[in-house]
Ligand binder design. Structure first.
Ligand code: BGC
Length: 742
């Protein structure tokens, strides 16, 4: 009897034609198919759609906990994460489709952050490319590979702005700047979702971690956030908003509290800002067990209260807390949770499953042939190499780079010189170190390698104090012409739960560098890391310094192109590199203060033991060529809110190589009703300028670029003088004045 009823229900549902539109539609309107389905759902089944559990990966392969399997069968779990590959997702989907009452397809998610199998540079590194097209392309390729492996949803992009190099998750974001971070957030959303995520090569994006997770006190992961509403809105919120406006359909809460309220229980964040201010119409998922953690935060006495707080704040889906599945029924019974709230969340979730096309074909993303054809396709590796090259930042070059094309004996050393496993970086999804090209491999397999004789010795480990190879290394160095030294961090030294108080190169690696320096041969130091490090000694003792982050699958090939001069480095730092930890937080868009730095006056803002400036500034990065800038000119010296102002500058390539330059525009509002930063990035363009060539670069600015929050926290512009700076990094002094009139 029951079976017949189910069949009848399914036939009615099918007749409602659940065609996916592939266009992203608004969830505010009710969809007859979804409404009909919901009318058949029990409360448990509704709460099941609001429940997300992880699967497990054992050494033998993927597994799912017995209890979760039962939850799928009984409709008490509607989404799974860490569940990928066509085989595994098919097996799981079958449980939902063949053994559950309403046969609602499961949604499969995973942290595909900077690559699925083909790995791209870590997001912080990729941000250094300032190349929005390349970033969008890498987000597209990772989504294409993941979608071919049965996935529907990625927990990316991570758009948390951070001024905290001590925080391990700095590697996952786009650095310190709200403008650059916003443009990159949009590019990543476009790459992941395209113009409709029901397509076979696109995933559902999840903007995380909402909000201000990048501002933990003292850089310690999961710590509280204490920032003013002004800093919150001006510095931390913009990339989330940009990602939502770019169409991101899901949002993940953060672990931290903001202004005393944990994000997963914050109505202010999840309803007032996200839905009411920004019009977000997708669904909100919590971060891992963050509902239950509200008990530790001290705002809920138990998981039931925490679950009720979360759902009332605006959470739609509970990751891993089991609070929605098990606890909030009490709140529905005693009136603390309205059933309409539950219905709204279920509607949002089902709507996105429908837009993905899962009701039409739950196995749509599970095609073995497509999987094997797509994963690590040749063009994916090419794209990975392309963006890897663009992400490298040349921090120092006394002229040794690019390597001259003549017979040279090269000593390649350092613990990361022939390392593969670390190159994928943290959050590497299903990426494998064995697929990566090490620096040493890249150098040897490049056509230019015919000029050189190589010798390789590791020299030391990343950590520990074993110096036993030092003597032999020094002997080899003395008979070499050039030394290439690869040092840095282990990939797990950044990422989640990887905060540090000292951001130094670990072990005896710097000692090795200093020992090599005594030999007097030119040293090219390649630094591989997930966060800004203190590089004073590296800078001092090297002839050239290459910031290579974790570049992904094609790391070695990309670096070889740079070292041999096939590619002229063009990356610019998306975050300051401090001189020491005591300077943190250090960022370019700080305020002037009432006592701005005056080196001859003790009573101005400064340290007794270090300069105020970072070692390497935001936006900094060298090229093999040199660029000179004309003084900027403006289409209008005075303008009003209704006007657009065009700022132009001529940029000339005055060196010996063709090269790309990132032309950066910053503003300063000289006098306003509230204090304003000494510089704010408002635009940039990356362009190729051939040697000897001059290009005119134009930027159009309008009201939105001059806006800020006044004393009443109203977004506004005020009349007065602005400096407009245009140059090659945030230190630029190249400026013009313009006046906003009212
Ligand atoms: C992280 C999230 C991630 C989630 C699922 C959490 O610990 O904070 O960024 O998406 O785990 O893996």
């Amino acid at each position: 009897m029951r079976i017949i009823n189910v069949v009848a229900i399914l036939m009615i549902l099918a007749a409602c034609s659940p065609k996916s539109t592939s266009k992203i539609s608004s969830v505010s309107k009710k969809d007859p198919f979804i409404e009909q389905l919901m009318s058949k759902m029990t409360l448990d089944e509704k709460l099941g759609q609001m429940t997300l559990y992880t699967t497990d990966w054992e050494s033998t392969g993927p597994t799912i906990r017995g209890g979760y399997q039962d939850d799928i069968k009984s409709g008490r779990c509607g989404a799974l994460f860490n569940s990928h590959t066509v085989d595994f997702t098919t097996q799981l989907q079958k449980i939902a489709m063949e053994e559950s009452r309403l046969k609602i397809p499961l949604l499969f998610g995973y942290d595909v952050v900077h690559g699925y199998k083909t790995m791209f540079p870590i997001p912080l590194g990729e941000a250094a490319s300032w190349d929005l097209e390349a970033i969008e392309k890498s987000a597209y390729i990772m989504s294409k590979e993941a979608a071919a492996s049965g996935l529907h949803w990625t927990f990316a992009p991570m758009v948390d702005i951070t001024r905290e190099p001590r925080w391990g998750r700095v590697m996952e974001g786009a650095g310190e700047d709200p403008y650059l971070g916003s443009r990159i957030a949009e590019a990543r959303v476009r790459g992941i979702q395209g113009d409709g995520f029901g397509k076979m090569d696109r995933l559902l994006a999840c903007v995380k971690h909402f909000a201000a997770y990048g501002a933990p006190i003292a850089g310690r992961d999961y710590n509280s956030v204490e920032i003013s509403e002004r800093v919150f809105r001006e510095t931390y919120l913009p990339p989330y908003e940009a990602a939502i406006k770019a169409g991101a359909k899901t949002v993940m809460t953060s672990f931290n509290d903001y202004d005393g309220v944990p994000a997963s229980g914050s109505k202010y964040l999840l309803t007032d800002i996200l839905r009411k201010e920004w019009g977000f119409d997708g669904f909100v998922v919590t971060d891992y067990t963050s509902i239950n953690e509200m008990v530790n935060h001290g705002v809920a006495k138990d998981a039931t209260d925490a679950g009720i707080m979360a759902v009332n704040a605006g959470v739609d889906m509970d990751m891993q807390s089991a609070a929605f599945q098990e606890k909030i029924k009490i709140g529905i019974t005693d009136g603390r949770v309205k059933i309409e709230k539950i219905d709204a969340s279920v509607r949002r979730i089902l709507r996105l499953k429908k837009e993905l096309g899962l009701f039409e074909n739950p196995y749509k993303f599970s095609d073995k042939q497509r999987e094997s054809k797509t994963i690590m396709a040749k063009e994916h590796l090419e794209a990975s190499k392309d963006v890897a090259k663009k992400s490298v930042v040349l921090l120092k070059n006394s002229g040794i780079l690019p390597l001259p094309k003549k017979q040279l004996k090269i000593l390649v050393t350092g613990p990361l010189a022939d390392d593969k496993n670390n190159l994928i970086g943290a959050w590497s999804a299903s990426g494998e170190g064995r697929h990566c090209v090490s620096l040493y491999e890249g150098l040897r397999q490049h056509p230019a390698s015919a000029n050189y004789n190589f010798e390789h010795l590791k020299g030391c480990e990343i950590e520990g104090n074993d110096r036993s190879q030092f003597n032999i290394i020094l002997e080899k160095a003395s008979t070499s012409d050039v030394i290439i030294l690869a040092i840095g961090e282990h990939k797990d030294m950044s990422g989640e739960a990887a905060s540090k108080t000292m951001i130094r190169i670990p072990g005896v690696q710097e000692e090795l560098l200093k020992a090599l320096k005594t030999i007097g041969k030119p040293i090219i130091t390649v630094v591989m890391n997930g966060r800004p490090l203190v590089l004073n000694e590296v800078d001092l003792n090297s002839d050239a310094v290459i910031e290579a982050w974790w570049l992904g699958t094609q790391a070695g090939n990309a670096l070889a192109d740079i070292i041999y001069g096939d590619y002229n480095p063009s990356g610019k730092l998306p975050i300051c590199f401090p001189r020491n930890e005591g300077q943190i937080p250090i960022y370019y868009n700080h305020k002037n203060t009432g006592r701005p730095l005056n080196p001859t006056d003790k009573y101005t803002t400064k340290y007794l033991d270090a300069p105020n400036t970072p070692l390497y500034a935001f936006g900094y990065g060298l090229s093999y060529t040199t660029f000179t800038y004309s003084t900027p000119s403006t289409s209008k010296v005075s303008f009003s809110d209704a006007d657009q102002v065009t700022i132009s500058v001529n940029v000339s390539n005055t060196g010996n190589y063709d090269g790309e330059e990132v032309v950066q525009l910053y503003i300063r509002d000289l006098i306003a009703s509230v204090t304003r930063p000494v510089k704010e990035l408002k635009a940039f363009k990356k362009l190729m300028i051939k040697k000897g060539e001059t290009k005119k670069v134009e930027f159009v600015l309008s009201k939105k670029d001059f806006e800020f929050y006044d004393q009443a926290m109203k977004k506004t512009t005020e009349a007065g003088e602005f400096h407009i700076f245009v140059g090659s990094n945030s230190d630029t002094k190249n400026k013009i004045s313009v006046f906003l009139t009212k």
